[in-house]
Write a protein that binds this ligand. Structure first.
Ligand code: PEP
Ligand code: MN
Length: 270
């Protein structure tokens, strides 16, 4: 039953993941890796901001509707490899299928995340877990699109059972169904409940997918910090207006730097 497994889940602190991470962990980068130039421009701008430790970029994009940009695929992994070599930032991407994960491991990606649409699918999560068994790559698990805490915990448990102890959760909000100011409603109480169910689990907020609009990102980020969340994952694009996905919510590198300088960071005890 659910209470048998979850209290035994002990996550190793992210400062011990071998990637020079700190609290609060700042992950930033474009929604999608679009070209080598876009990726490297974003990465060098972010590397100049000493607070960023991990560069994010989607290589396989789970678009809600077909017909849009579906990601650069394998060649994008080479761009991320360049980011790692040239900036020293750790690099992270989304994996949704065993093939994605195998390629990410082959190219030395430092960290992967399971997207909101994949967290809902126990079959895929089990397949990812079998590829992960025996590796030490950290895995971040986004909340499912629906506000179902058990499904979120279930995915974490499936990964933990395969031996992954470098785990964190990403809170990216929940589909609102009705019209709402925010793209995804935060339902902060679910993130708080998750922390009480698995106290050693770092929880990182993704204010970009909650906000859905660049001007609303800072207030969501501040709320997450006020709740003592363990980090932020923020979408940053050199030129958001021409982004191939999530154009409205991405910050320019300057707006991002500005936001970080204006946020109030609290003492973090995790
Ligand atoms: C993303 O991080 O760009 C993404 C696709 O996010 P989510 O899975 O939260 O929708
Ligand atoms: Mn996105």
């Amino acid at each position: 039953t659910k209470t048998e497994l979850e209290p035994r889940i002990e996550i190793s602190p992210l400062t011990e993941w071998g990637l020079n991470l700190n609290y609060p962990l700042i992950i930033a980068g474009p929604c999608s890796a679009e070209s080598e130039e876009q990726v490297l421009t974003a990465a060098h701008a972010l590397a100049r901001n000493g607070n960023v430790r991990v560069f994010r970029a989607g290589i396989w994009k789970p678009r809600t509707r077909p017909g849009g940009f579906e990601g650069a695929g394998e060649k994008g992994l080479q761009w991320l490899k360049r980011v790692k070599d040239e900036t020293g930032l750790a690099v992270a991407t989304e994996v949704a299928m065993p093939q994605h994960l195998e390629l990410a491991l082959k190219y030395g990606i430092d960290m992967v995340w399971v997207g909101a649409r994949t967290t809902t699918n126990p079959f895929l999560v089990e397949q990812l877990a079998s590829v992960l068994a025996g590796t030490s790559i950290p895995v971040l698990v986004k909340n499912p699109i629906t506000p179902d805490l058990e499904l979120w915990i279930g995915t974490l448990e499936r990964l933990w059972r395969s031996g992954i102890t470098r785990l964190a959760a990403i809170h990216r909000g929940f589909h609102p169904y009705e019209r709402s100011r925010l793209r995804n409603i935060p339902k902060w109480e679910l993130a708080i409940d998750l922390k009480s169910r698995i106290p050693s689990l770092p929880i990182i907020c993704d204010p970009s997918h909650i906000a859905g609009a660049a001007n609303l990102v800072p207030e969501i980020a501040q709320h997450a910090l006020d709740l003592s969340m363990d980090g932020l994952m923020v979408e940053v694009h050199p030129n958001p207006a021409i982004a191939l996905s999530d154009a409205r919510q991405q910050l320019t590198p300057d707006a991002f730097t500005n936001m970080l300088s204006e946020l109030t960071f609290h003492q973090n005890t995790s």
